[in-house]
Design a protein around this ligand. Structure first.
Ligand code: ZN
Ligand code: ZN
Length: 107
């Protein structure tokens, strides 16, 4: 998918869409109203046949922030997920009597 996506960004279809989106947004970043350089996918669900409403114009700065924030939240979600899982396992062990006290109390 990643390789296809890179290829897609080089295609005429994408170049046309990109221009249309920039034009629609008056070549301004939809976040900070500075000059837009990039077109960002709000969702990757429809890549290749995305409606223009899936796309927004962004300046480089806001675009980078978006991707940093996205990957950070994915990371946070993953961590939360693991913590919850660990918590559930732990509660299960307490119920079944495998452990009686929180392990950190042994220290
Ligand atoms: Zn911006
Ligand atoms: Zn993007």
């Amino acid at each position: 998918m990643n390789e296809n996506y890179q290829e897609y960004l080089k295609s005429d279809t994408w170049q046309r869409k990109r221009k249309a989106v920039l034009k629609r947004d008056n070549y301004l970043c939809t976040q900070c109203k500075k000059k837009a350089q990039d077109v960002h996918h709000k969702t990757y669900d429809n890549v290749g046949r995305e409606p223009l409403s899936d796309l927004v114009s962004l300046c480089r700065e806001c675009h980078e922030k978006k991707h940093i924030r996205n990957s950070k939240s994915e990371f946070d979600l993953d961590r939360e997920h693991k913590e919850n899982e660990w918590q559930r396992e732990y509660e299960h062990e307490i119920r079944t009597g495998d452990i009686e006290r929180p392990p950190w109390e042994n220290f």
